[in-house]
Ligand binder design. Structure first.
Ligand SMILES: *[C@@H]1O[C@H](CO)[C@@H](O)[C@H](O)[C@H]1NC(C)=O
Ligand SMILES: *[C@@H]1O[C@H](CO)[C@@H](O)[C@H](O)[C@H]1NC(C)=O
Ligand SMILES: *[C@@H]1O[C@H](CO)[C@@H](O)[C@H](O)[C@H]1NC(C)=O
Ligand SMILES: *[C@@H]1O[C@H](CO)[C@@H](O)[C@H](O)[C@H]1NC(C)=O
Ligand SMILES: *[C@@H]1O[C@H](CO)[C@@H](O)[C@H](O)[C@H]1NC(C)=O
Ligand SMILES: *[C@@H]1O[C@H](CO)[C@@H](O)[C@H](O)[C@H]1NC(C)=O
Ligand SMILES: *[C@@H]1O[C@H](CO)[C@@H](O)[C@H](O)[C@H]1NC(C)=O
Ligand SMILES: *[C@@H]1O[C@H](CO)[C@@H](O)[C@H](O)[C@H]1NC(C)=O
Length: 410
């Protein structure tokens, strides 16, 4: 099934109005989503083990791993997105189920709370805090969630090095070897979430410093493609080398890294209004859209990896779709309707592309064809964050009036 968004000519759309909707039916809003998640999120299935990713050798079944993983927050955050979906469209038959998603999100969040005292997840404190940020969107007075967000933010702030001007992503055995990965851009939103609660402006200064240093060093000026990893010297701040970890080659562009950049700089512009972040989000998105095949709209796991057809990464597509819906809304906020329409259209193409390729009703995950980590042999998998951003992008389309509830057909 395809999702259609009708876009009027820019001149005929009021800047403050919604794009016109012709018709939409899509796997993005399929009742199958609820029926799958109903099983995997069942509270009686709750234990200290969380689904994170499937394995290439057994791709239809989640691997249940101990909680100390960077991806643990996405599963409860997905339940909060399911609750949000029902709130956005309370009468949609697609979203009718007898599940209290908010209750499930809260139950599956609890075991993550102790991680705010410290954990082995480096910079990924932002991802771990997602369910608590989602809780505050529902109940801004929940003191447990407020405390968790502030504690996760301190863990991330403790990794900031003023000489480098960044938060450290991964630890190294040599403490002077300071690694920053492009993914880190998406964790910065935690600083703003905490600053909103405490007024601590130092956190915002850390976020803008990290984002500015990353503009300078993580992007190839010729086309705004990204390096995955930049090694800095922690004592001098100098760049030591620019390499890949999960991509094909040091010179290539790992598609998920590019989608993290798109989302991270869109977040930075939404939070600060600084033009340079909007420009960076646009340029990162241009590189991405220039490299997604226009017949399938499914990104290869690395834009430069050889192979025909290249192995896909649907998680990169879902993250990019989320980033593009946000970018569309940011363009609309500055009355750039042409830009806004362009990005919504691209987001819908990406969501349709991954839906067409990657819906397998018998899998635990919603999407197939994720590439968790190609160099270690884990591709054609399900991935919890692919599923999370797939649902979130669909919700954001509704929440920002690009898709109407009425147009979602069963
Ligand atoms: C949770 O549910 C899945 C899918 O039904 C199942 O494979 C898995 O073993 C269950 N996990 C636990 C901890 O019960
Ligand atoms: C507050 O948030 C926590 C963590 O997100 C959750 O586990 C708890 O159930 C929530 N409490 C209430 C009263 O909603
Ligand atoms: C990384 O280093 C920090 C600070 O030294 C430490 O608290 C943390 O436990 C380390 N993480 C891992 C995964 O080793
Ligand atoms: C703001 O956060 C930073 C980083 O965690 C911390 O060092 C500083 O003490 C905080 N400032 C206030 C006023 O709490
Ligand atoms: C960082 O610079 C210091 C001082 O020049 C040097 O001793 C150290 O080996 C460098 N570290 C790395 C990882 O290059
Ligand atoms: C981006 O430009 C660099 C040269 O700066 C080139 O090596 C690379 O292949 C280009 N990447 C893409 C995806 O076009
Ligand atoms: C999608 O995954 C299936 C296996 O689940 C594989 O056969 C197929 O080649 C993959 N397609 C792409 C484009 O990655
Ligand atoms: C509108 O958005 C497009 C796409 O990002 C951009 O190229 C264009 O410069 C923007 N126009 C204005 C007036 O900002």
């Amino acid at each position: 099934m395809q999702l259609f968004v009708g876009l009027l000519l820019a001149s005929s759309v009021l800047w403050s109005g919604r794009a016109n909707i012709v018709h939409s039916t899509s796997d993005v809003y399929s009742p199958l989503i609820s029926s799958k998640l109903k099983i995997t999120t069942n509270p009686s299935n709750y234990s200290a083990l969380y689904p994170q990713v499937t394995d290439h050798g057994n791709p239809a079944r989640w691997q249940y791993l101990d909680i100390n993983q960077w991806t643990t927050g996405f599963f409860p955050a997905t339940m909060y997105e399911m609750a949000r979906r029902k709130t956005l469209c309370p009468n949609s038959p697609n979203f009718e189920d007898n599940v209290d998603w908010l209750e499930r999100g809260r139950i599956w969040s609890e075991a993550i709370l102790p991680m705010d005292n410290g954990n082995a997840q480096g910079h990924d404190q932002g991802f771990l805090s997602l369910p608590f940020v989602a809780e505050l969107a529902v109940n801004p007075a929940n003191q447990t969630a407020i405390t968790a967000i502030n504690k996760f933010a301190i863990l991330l702030a403790d990794r900031f090095n003023p000489i480098v001007g960044c938060t450290r992503s991964w630890n190294s055995t040599d403490p002077t070897d300071f690694q920053v990965i492009i993914d880190n851009m998406v964790n910065l939103d935690l600083f703003f979430a905490s600053a909103d609660l405490t007024g601590n402006k130092t956190l915002i200064d850390m976020a803008t410093s990290h984002a500015d240093v990353t503009i300078k060093n993580h992007f190839r000026p010729s086309n705004y493609s990204t390096w995955h990893v930049v090694h800095y010297n922690a004592t001098t701040g100098a760049v030591i080398e620019k390499v890949t970890s999960q991509g094909y080659a040091d010179w290539s562009t790992w598609s998920r890294g590019q989608s993290w950049a798109m989302l991270g700089y869109g977040n930075m512009y939404r939070r600060t209004g600084a033009q340079r972040y909007l420009e960076t989000a646009r340029l990162a998105s241009k590189l991405y859209l220039d490299n997604v095949p226009t017949n399938t709209f499914v990104p290869a796991w690395d834009f430069n990896a050889p192979g025909d057809p290249a192995t896909a990464d649907t998680s990169a597509g879902a993250i990019a779709a989320t980033a593009l819906v946000q970018l569309a809304t940011l363009e609309r906020s500055i009355k750039n309707i042409t830009g806004s329409d362009y990005y919504v259209n691209a987001a819908v193409n990406l969501l349709n592309g991954i839906s067409n390729l990657a819906w397998r009703p018998t899998w635990d995950s919603l999407l197939s064809n994720g590439t968790a980590n190609y160099p270690v042999g884990n591709f054609q998998t399900g991935i919890v964050y692919g599923d999370y951003y797939y649902i979130k992008a669909g919700n954001d389309l509704i929440a920002n009036d690009y898709i109407s509830c009425e147009s979602i057909a069963k």
